[in-house]
Write a new protein. Structure first.
Length: 196
């Protein structure tokens, strides 16, 4: 991407996140009420991830798991995760748990399109196999990507390596038009109920 394209990408992220937060505010309210009725811990879940320039930030999601989910240490989420709450299962199925990441996009920690930010615990394991993971730090991580759409739940190290290859390929060829296509495919997939 040229410097101009990078600037336009950030402008789009900012405007898009503001617009997204406004139009999804009724959904936010409904989810907050459902979470409170269920009564299983806090509504939002913040977790430290590694983003642009290798800096840490707090990713924000609607909490989908029980408060005891990682008592035995960091674990990868998977499709039929027994740690999910009942509300959490619905949120995961329809990707609604990702909505609060609009705040991350608004604040500049993330972009709409980019590599999926990971925890340092798992990044350190990936780096032992693929030191080129650090190349991802040249850009902001994203809410969605080709890897998110087509690699399924990243619940194994093999899938993490496949995701890395897909993310590095995106970095080589990224463009505003390419981002628009990924966003369009993501919206169609969510609307169509696709699991990814």
């Amino acid at each position: 991407m040229s410097t101009l394209e990078k600037s336009l990408k950030r402008v789009f992220d900012f405007i898009g996140s503001v617009f997204g937060l406004i139009i999804t505010s009724p959904i936010f309210l409904a989810i907050i009420i459902a979470q409170k009725i269920e009564g299983e811990g806090p509504v939002f879940y913040k977790q430290e991830r590694i983003g642009r320039d290798g800096k840490t930030f707090k990713i924000i999601k609607f909490r989908t798991m029980k408060t005891t989910a990682e008592e035995e240490g960091p674990q990868l989420a998977h499709e039929q995760d027994e740690r999910l709450t009942e509300v959490g299962k619905f949120l995961r199925l329809h990707h609604l748990d990702e909505l609060p990441q609009l705040f991350n996009v608004f604040m500049g920690d993330m972009s709409f399109v980019g590599y999926r930010p990971e925890r340092a615990y798992f990044i350190n394991q990936i780096l032992e196999i693929r030191p080129d993971y650090v190349n991802l730090y040249m850009s902001r991580p994203g809410v969605t990507s080709n890897a998110t759409l087509h690699n399924g739940y990243t619940d194994t190290m093999d899938k993490m390596i496949i995701r890395l290859d897909m993310d590095l390929e995106y970095l080589k060829h990224r463009s505003l038009w390419g981002d628009a296509k990924i966003i369009g495919e993501t919206l169609l997939s969510v609307a169509g109920g696709k699991k990814f």
